[in-house]
Every structure is written in structure tokens, then in C-alpha cells.
Design a protein around this ligand. Sequence first.
Ligand SMILES: [Zn+2]
Length: 230
Amino acid sequence: MTDGNGFKVTAICVKSVDYNESDKIVTLCSVENGKVTAKLKGVNKISSKLKYAGQPFCFGEYSLVGKGGKYIICECKQIESFSELAKDLKNYYAGFAVLKVLSDFSAENVSNPTLTLYAVKALKAIAYDGMKPTRAFNKFVYHALAELGFRLDFNVCAVCGKKLDEAYFSVGDGIVCASCGSVFKNRVPSDVLRCMQNDMSGDDITQNNTALFLKDIAAELLGIKIAIPE
Ligand SMILES: [Zn+2]
């Protein structure tokens, strides 16, 4: 990114709030530069041609101008709008939960391409592939944790390598067997363990329990309280 000149980022809009009479402040999570906040001028006017660029879920190539953290969106080539998500309330909420986690896990000027692209992949799975929304959310959170350095293996104990049919989560060691890790470890619920070991498949209750479990470990590992789909 160069100061003072125009630049482009491939990004998804995760949030936008009204600003002044006709502007919006848009939060983007970009492949190239992590989280970027930019102004969309005159977007609340009827004549605005860039309304779509300030809609959450808009994924595209954004052209920005400005410097020192003050940027203006001057163009956006939309790649995907994910408008299909709005047709089903459960899908829509899960989509927002994905955007929220993406935003919470992203930082300014920290490029993490796979984080953004995994979020887009999860949204595609929900909107077009008929994947259960909570399952897509869980897959995203699991991959996102791995991208941030917390790669959790639910098949074998992180300490002794034993195959796991019962597992515990320990902040210092990850996923361990009954004999390993610290005394302060929490048992992974058995349905959650099965879900994790089988490419995150399971019924609605299991998906929900898995989301709750991921929420707990994100709080312990990152200190971030994530919102899970309703
Ligand atoms: Zn062990």
C-alpha cells in the first residue's frame, strides 16, 4: 500500500455505519492489508452508484485513495454480493456471524489472505452449496483459529500422540488425552469430538454444541468473545 496514491484491495465489507448526512464509514477485511476502514461519500443519496460497495457481504476489488489511515472508496468491482443469503434468515444470521468473526480476528495492516478467503468460502457454502449454516460457520472458525496459529488436531493427543476417543482442551497444550496436559483442562464433549473428527458433520444440536465449544476456546486462546449463529 502506498501513501497518498490510489490503491486496490480485494476485500469483503463486514460493516458499515452512517456518517454525516449522506456518507458511510465502511469496514473492509482485505486480502492484502487486513482490516481497512474507509469512507464511502454520498452513498446515501439516491443518485449514488456505489451503494452496493457499502453493503455487508459485498466482496470485490475496492479502489481506495487517501493516506495515513484516512481512505475514501472511489470504485468497487463487485465479485460477489451474496444476496442469496438474505432469502433465509438462518443463513443470513450465520453469514453475519462469519463476518463478525472475520472482523474480530483481523487487524489493520496485517495481511492474512487465507482468513478473508476462508470467510468468502464459508459464505459461498451457505449461500450456494446448501451447507448447514452453523456447520459452515464452525468450519470457518476452526480454520481461522489455525490461521492465527492455533492449529488443533482432534485425532491425536498433542502431547503423547495417542489416538483420541476421549479428549480435553488445555490452553497450553491444545487437544490432549486424559493423561496429558495441565490439570486445568476441559473435556471436549463427545458429540463435539466426533463432529471434529468427521469433517464437522453432525446434526443441528451437535453443530450448535460445536459452535459453543469453539466460542469457549476462542475466548481462552485469544481473549475474543465471538458471536455464534442463533
Ligand atoms: Zn496424551
